[in-house]
Design a protein around this ligand. Structure first.
Ligand SMILES: Nc1nc2c(c(=O)[nH]1)N[C@H]1C(S)=C(S)[C@@H](COP(=O)(O)O)O[C@H]1N2
Ligand SMILES: [Mo]
Length: 421
């Protein structure tokens, strides 16, 4: 898509905007009591009974929310078995992703593995190879941590130009859950791992096995062997009954249905690791072992799937920011394609390797906006523009696109995925 020239704001619009900001935002309700049957008449739902407490032993969202669902992009993969779908981030708020709409990525489909059939083996450079049952894992001291998981391919279709029209599709290969699990360190200690060992190799119980090598330093640091997410059992599609949680690192290392962990003195050069999860640079060379997900952000509303549905005046601009290196410290929002920036309000102080919600409570003048968000983390890293990222990485990459995203919001409130130069 070609560059969109930013329409110059008129002087009148500028003054109106300035005056409104100066006085602070005042918002009255937009409906009127008089003549509104919703106010003046007794409605059906107030005259009969609702559902009894036994109607839904395990509840689903109310039917009015039935479009808040994972979606896939049909042309992306040949079939749905080795495929991916996307979290409806445009329709969510806060930071926790409900498991029921958290994106899925499988190489050979989501398998059904019961707790009683579950085994986890730790072997290789250990004093004593061990096999844990699910019940064994439950007897180790466990911890709770909230982390994001981002697929390395998130935003990967956007390298060459603005392509997919919606935050769900451009940035939805991400979810954020509160995990309960046992630190991998605890289990490695239990097996008596060789302290000179430098790597582990982890594989899953599915046909693809998704074998991945992880440096021992990371394995001993914050990796979890997790069995609950957001308080309940992992869903089948997220690795029931047990998955690996590798905080801040690319999603493919978070092995689901984890069945074996081998302690080694070097990485296992699996097919996927050497050929797939590398970044192709402009000169055709490859960047390898880029495990950490750099700081990134996206405005979730307004966005193409979440247009503004009201006129000028108070507008809540919101989005998500995250960094695999630590906590988000600041998010700036631009309405003019990066010329000027305002610092957004973080809903809560940024948390380590977890999604951070930001808000810009603003006054919309009803004119075009080129909305952007720019994240900063506690290492001092600033999210790059698309041009800056292309300067370093070219346009041949798929993975690790963490550039600033632009939405062109029209006076009608509709938004579109665009690029600014
Ligand atoms: N066993 C196994 N683990 C796996 C995969 C897989 O196909 N099999 N896919 C990986 C990839 S590429 C990603 S991005 C994440 C996705 O996790 P989710 O399905 O819970 O979103 O799981 C990873 N772990
Ligand atoms: Mo992935």
């Amino acid at each position: 898509m070609s560059d969109i020239p930013f329409p110059k704001p008129s002087r009148r619009a500028f003054l109106r905007g300035a005056a409104a900001t100066g006085t602070g935002l005042a918002l009255a309700g937009t409906a009127q009591a008089e003549g509104d049957p919703l106010i003046t008449q007794v409605q059906d739902w107030a005259q009969g009974f609702g559902d009894g407490v036994d109607a839904t032993p395990y509840g689903l969202p109310i039917r009015f929310e039935d479009d808040v669902v994972r979606r896939n992009v049909e042309w992306l993969t040949a079939d749905t078995i080795s495929s991916i779908n996307f979290t409806p981030i445009h329709a969510l708020d806060g930071t926790i992703t409900p498991q029921g709409c958290a994106f899925e990525r499988h190489h050979s489909g989501a398998i059904e593995l019961s707790k009683s059939d579950y085994r986890l083996m730790i072997n290789g450079l250990v004093d004593k190879p061990l096999v844990f049952t699910y019940a064994d894992l439950e007897r180790f001291p466990r911890e709770n941590h909230t982390y994001f998981l981002e697929c390395a391919a998130n935003t990967g279709m956007e390298w060459a130009g603005a392509q997919l029209n919606g935050a769900q599709f451009t940035h939805g290969m991400i979810h954020n859950m509160e995990y309960t699990g046992v630190p991998l360190r605890t289990l490695l200690n239990e097996a008596g791992y060789d302290t000179s060992a430098t790597w582990i190799f982890v594989e899953g119980a599915d046909a693809s096995s998704n074998g991945r090598s992880i440096p021992m330093d990371k394995a001993l640091d914050d990796v979890l062997v997790a069995f609950k997410a957001n308080g309940e059992a992992l869903r089948k599609e997220h690795g029931y009954p047990v998955r690996l949680v590798v905080p801040g690192w690319e999603g493919n290392m978070w092995v689901k249905w984890v069945r074996r962990i081998e302690v080694l003195n070097g990485p296992v050069e699996s097919r996927e690791e050497t050929s797939k999860y590398t970044d192709t640079m402009a000169d055709g060379s490859s960047r390898k072992w880029t495990w950490v997900m750099d700081a990134k952000s996206v405005i979730t509303s307004p966005s193409p799937q979440a247009p503004i549905t009201h006129g000028p005046g108070p507008l809540v601009i919101t989005g998500l920011a995250w960094s695999g290196r630590g906590a988000i410290t600041r998010v700036d929002v631009s309405k003019d394609g990066g010329k000027t920036w305002e610092t957004a309000r973080l809903a809560k102080p940024g948390e380590n390797k977890a999604l951070t919600r930001f808000y810009l409570d603003t006054d919309w003048d009803g004119e075009d906006m080129l909305l952007q968000a720019r994240a900063m983390d506690d290492t001092g890293y600033v999210q790059p523009t698309k041009a800056q990222l292309r300067d370093v990485r070219g346009e041949n990459s798929i993975y690790h696109n963490n550039c600033i995203q632009t939405w062109w919001v029209r006076p009608t409130g509709e938004a579109e995925n665009v690029e600014v130069s």
